[in-house]
Design a binder for this molecule. Structure first.
Ligand code: F6P
Length: 541
């Protein structure tokens, strides 16, 4: 049924015409905090500060049920081909369907694709990654001249960069201090130039991370790295310094990487969901196999919670439904991710791809154009930096911006009193300020000059979610990632779009190929006047 004709949708539309005051909702319902907050492992999620009444929540749960969210989840978890335009199963959840026992990764249960259990191959790759990781971390795997590897450079882009980079940074406290990690993604030569300047080829390991092994940026960076390496070392030395994480063994081999040094994964792992696969080899090298196993375990905990919990108590489903409420019924276009944790600096960028590449779609599963909004614009920066940059607009601007505030009770640094108390005070205060605002009456009581009252008034009633981890560790980070992944999945199901393809990135890639030929020939073909002028300007200078 067309989404906008579903009775549950129409009911929500009706409810959206009522003004909802968040503060008032707490007065009307003494159970609100209890029914709108959740504990899972060492994670606490509070969704009570949203413009949603009990009726709204009930209707949203009805919408989830009418949209068959739990059926679709079953279909994904059982390996059905739900990525229909690419004719693929969607099985990043299988990558974390593993346990770690006596130094081995083992399957928790079987998952079949085309009648074949994918779990043995997943565990085989994880165990191979673990052997390599142990060797490199212990100094047993040396460079070609016998020197210990000190620097690891991950070359990849999109899902082959954002996840590993965000996660290695987030789990800095777990990093083996003998190893330094660098990430090169941009085709802008400045990116690799700055990294190579800091590296000694005898002590550097390059990971070429690319699902397809054809991505222009990654291939150019890999060639540049190899040329730089060969300017000082011999061709035979490449095997000790270049490894690959990919699905494309032919291309890896053609590039000159020994297949013994390739860690494979499969086409049913989407790039933006690939950190728990071989693409996460940099993560394992940084934190070690045991911590990597915990990272997978964290994902699995949340995956199982998502699969087995009714909508009312399901954390990703609740987040997804509130997102839909704002996006489709209250006219909201963006949402901010605000980690009050410097280690999660790259988290918003990571889920910018996770969310926007997944649900930035206008065509339904049935091939029809949608007549409603789909994926929101995701953005954000760590608090408190954001407070001194864009929070003005969140507090007093004309736009409504739902915010996810993320923080940890325990820091990983020793400055709890001096720093962490202040950080958390800000984390809590911002959410309180957004909801409560500041009224004219309060300003008068504070002795505010009359002419300043309109400027200093805060309307409040601005929504936020609080996500509080006991601490940031491999388990809680895995949970956090899976929580947002399953939120995105749920929204995609309800919007009836295909969340696991990304055709929208193709056209720009194709045209870049054409333009590159124009540049290389020095004699561009006619394009539109603006494009031609840009080309001519570049070629003349
Ligand atoms: O251009 C988008 C994209 O295909 C992403 O989905 C993907 O994460 C990225 O490029 C990198 O792709 P690959 O891992 O194949 O190099």
């Amino acid at each position: 049924m067309r989404l906008t004709q579903m009775p549950e949708w129409l009911r929500l539309k009706e409810l959206a015409s009522n003004e909802i005051n968040i503060k008032e909702q707490f007065l009307l319902d003494s159970d609100r905090l209890h029914s709108m907050s959740f504990n899972l492992g060492h994670m606490y999620v509070d969704i009570s500060k949203n413009r949603a009444t009990k009726d709204v929540m009930t209707s949203l749960y009805d919408l989830a049920r009418a949209s068959d969210v739990s059926d679709w989840a079953d279909r994904m978890f059982s390996g059905e081909v739900i990525n229909t335009t690419e004719k693929r199963a969607v099985l990043h959840i299988a990558l974390r369907n593993v346990k770690y026992e006596r130094g081995n990764f083992l399957p928790i249960s079987s998952i079949l694709v085309d009648g074949e259990d994918v779990m043995p191959a997943i565990c085989d790759v994880l165990n191979r990654m673990a052997i390599f990781s142990d060797k490199l971390r212990s100094g047993g795997w040396t460079g070609a001249t016998g020197k210990r590897i000190r620097k690891v450079v991950n070359i990849g882009i999109g899902g082959s960069d954002l996840g590993p980079k965000m996660i290695v940074r987030a789990l800095e406290a777990y990093r083996l201090k003998d190893l330094e990690f660098h990430f090169v993604s941009n085709v802008d030569g400045q990116d690799i130039y700055e990294v190579l300047r800091k590296c000694d080829p005898e002590e550097t390991l390059f990971i070429v991370a690319s699902k397809t092994f054809t991505t222009q940026e990654t291939m150019q960076n890999a060639v540049t790295a190899k040329n730089w390496f060969l300017s000082k070392m011999r061709e035979d030395d490449v095997a000790k310094h270049f490894i690959a994480a990919s699905t494309a063994s032919k291309e890896v081999s053609a590039f000159g990487i020994d297949l013994d040094n390739m860690f494979p994964f499969w086409d049913w792992v989407g790039g933006r969901y690939s950190s728990p696969s071989a693409i996460g080899i940099s993560i394992m090298l940084s934190i070690g196999k045991e911590a990597f196993a915990e990272f997978l375990h964290g994902h699995h905990l949340m995956d199982q919670h998502f699969l087995n919990t009714p909508a009312e108590k399901n954390i990703p489903i609740n987040l997804a439904l509130l997102g839909i409420w704002y996006n489709n019924f209250l006219g909201v276009e963006t949402m901010a991710m605000l980690p009050y944790d410097q280690r999660l600096e790259r988290f918003p960028a990571y889920f910018q791809q996770g969310d926007m590449e997944s649900n930035g779609k206008t065509i339904t599963r049935e091939g029809e154009r949608v007549d409603y909004q789909t994926g929101p614009i995701i953005w954000g920066e760590p608090g408190t930096n954001g407070q001194h940059a864009f929070y003005q607009l969140i507090h007093q601007g004309t736009k409504l911006i739902p915010c996810d505030f993320i923080a940890c009770v325990n820091p990983a640094h020793p400055y709890r009193k001096e720093h962490h108390d202040k950080l958390i005070a800000n984390f809590i205060a911002q959410q309180e300020a957004l909801m409560n605002g500041k009224s004219k009456e309060q300003l008068i009581a504070d002795g505010c000059p009359e002419e300043l009252i309109p400027h200093k008034t805060f309307d409040g009633n601005r929504p936020s979610n609080a996500i509080l981890l006991q601490e940031l560790n491999p388990v809680t980070l895995g949970m956090l990632i899976s929580m947002y992944e399953q939120k995105i999945f749920t929204q995609g199901v309800i919007w009836q779009v295909l969340s696991f393809d990304q055709w929208g990135v193709q056209l720009g890639k194709e045209l870049a190929g054409v333009i590159l030929k124009d540049i290389e020939s020095g004699n561009p073909k006619e394009h539109d006047p603006s494009t031609t002028a840009l080309l001519k300007k570049y070629l003349k200078d």
